[in-house]
Design a protein around this ligand. Sequence first.
Ligand code: ADP
Ligand code: MG
Length: 250
Amino acid sequence: MTSEILTIKGVSKRFGGLRALDDVNLNVRQGSVHAIIGPNGAGKSTLLNCLVGRIIPDEGSVTFDGGSLLGHKPHQINQAGIARVFQTPEIFGELSVLENVMIPAFAKRDGAFRINAWRRARERGAVREEAEHILEDLNLSDQRDQIVNSMSRGDKRRLELAMCLVQHPKLLLLDEPTAGMSRADTNNTVDLLKKIAERGITKVIIEHDMHVVFSLAETVSVMAQGTVIAEGSPEEIKASAKVQEAYLGG
Ligand code: ADP
Ligand code: MG
């Protein structure tokens, strides 16, 4: 029996007259890597926004790890174990790499209202150690003290990944993690994502680069015009006439 960590049922969202999401159904198996592909404007980012509480669907349900996600605030969803890499990196440009990684680690530990000075002081050492360990994993140790604004785009994306991993999420959502990267950076990112896969974190990845999709994902869902038009293994998706049509503007 396979268990599902995420169940999306009948999710719809309108923006004015536009049906950005139209009855989306999608199940993600515990421990799997699930890719969502589809042309620009298909609703992929909107769907992820529904999962993290940034957008509230008009209809439908989202169940994560046995509980409903709808009606919860983004920080509560984050506390429940969902971390996300955004399409555009959301990082603190004026701070160092290490500081950036320590922030989400503290946020996760503090919870909503348990921030107090003595606890912070006691945990500081442990948080720092963990942040350094993760930077090592992502080959960012050399840039530990660098101010983030001066980093390359690829390095910023890796930093963002580190900021997610330090939270020990159960589910990691990645919105085009290789967007704007060189081929070399893309390959590095694929290797890193494979390494993370070994830790058993479930991943949902939105990706344009088919090389990345087919080398990482076990299941691929194809979205077009706000709905899932096909789902299957990478091999099945590659062979699907319906998918070809959606991409070639049929
Ligand atoms: P994708 O990530 O697949 O490229 P999006 O989810 O970003 O697609 O967008 C789906 C559709 O919804 C697009 O037509 C987009 O212009 C529209 N859209 C997305 N967010 C908003 C918003 N906040 N307000 C109005 N329209 C939006
Ligand atoms: Mg998008």
